[in-house]
Design a protein around this ligand. Structure first.
Ligand code: OAD
Length: 255
């Protein structure tokens, strides 16, 4: 059982606008890897400069495309967990909730959250690197995703350019419209929940600072410390799939 202070429940009950920022930790209990968890994190096992930059894709498109297809298959085989479900229910309970994710999976959507702001794009919607036309991928899920497979990216039907993953790479700008919506929500929200993110990647992490500066009550839900401690109203230490359903249950009793 997470230790949820009554003062937090009162603040959330009184909030007119709650903002939630999620990271890969929210999908960990669905079996998807985080980036920085020691030993299992993706950036512990792979080098971002080989896989997650425009020049990496230029240098070795088959390596990069194969890696993202492997991750897309994992997402397609995964299912939303109680953390995604609780956030979807929370969005319906609250007068207003802005859900912003750094995740490139679609587990929030599959749990019924709508709208979801994706700051780092999505694995499920690749597009042409030359003309930006979107590209429809086959929906079949293979028996066993193969992590080491080189795979040539498909070609654009319109201009024959290389199709690239629909994610934001290091050195690239965030999608402007999504970023603007997130900044506006951070400046206006009364409460900010930081769920399953190490809060080290900019500019996404700056949203927390913006919200705190604007007077929001900031809360972290994470089994591990992140460095945000001391700046927060409180920390709910534990897995999101345990803490969020409990928070939802306690809040429901107040409505
Ligand atoms: P990280 O791997 O940096 O952080 C994941 C966080 O989730 C850590 O703080 C874990 O302690 C926490 N965590 C693990 N299991 C959890 C659970 N069951 N419940 C709650 N929290 C849990 O991943 P992100 O913060 O998502 O960017 O990484 C941010 C960005 O860095 C990603 O969007 C990606 C990456 O490079 C791009 O690709 C542009």
């Amino acid at each position: 059982m997470a230790d949820i202070p009554d003062t937090l429940l009162e603040s959330l009950r009184a909030a007119r606008h709650v903002m939630v920022l999620t990271g890969t930790g929210v999908s960990a209990e669905s079996g998807l890897a985080t980036f920085r968890t020691p030993q299992t994190g993706l950036w512990e096992r792979f080098r971002p400069e080989d896989l997650a930059t425009p020049s990496a894709f230029q240098r070795d498109p088959a390596l990069v495309w194969g890696w993202y297809e492997w991750r897309r298959m994992q997402v397609m085989r995964a299912a939303p967990n109680p953390a995604h479900e609780a956030l979807s229910a929370l969005q319906k309970l609250m007068p207003r909730m802005t859900l912003v994710t750094q995740n490139v999976d679609d587990l929030h959507e599959r749990a019924g959250s709508d709208p979801v702001i994706h700051l780092h794009g999505t694995l499920l919607q690749p597009y042409c690197g030359r003309c930006r036309e979107s590209y429809a991928l086959p929906r079949e899920i293979p028996e066993e995703p193969d992590g080491g497979r080189l795979l040539e990216p498909p070609s654009c039907h319109r201009c024959a350019g290389s199709i690239r993953p629909g994610v934001v790479w290091f050195g690239e700008a965030l999608p402007q419209r999504d970023w603007d919506l997130a900044v506006r929500a951070a400046a206006a929200c009364d409460a900010f929940l930081c769920v399953g993110t190490s809060s080290v990647v900019q500019p996404a992490a700056s949203l927390i600072e913006m919200a705190i500066k604007a007077g929001a009550v900031a809360v972290q839900i994470n089994p591990n410390p992140t460095g945000l401690e001391g700046r927060l109203f409180c920390e709910l230490q534990g897995p999101a799939g345990v803490v969020l359903p409990e928070l939802l249950e306690r809040l429901r009793r107040l409505y």
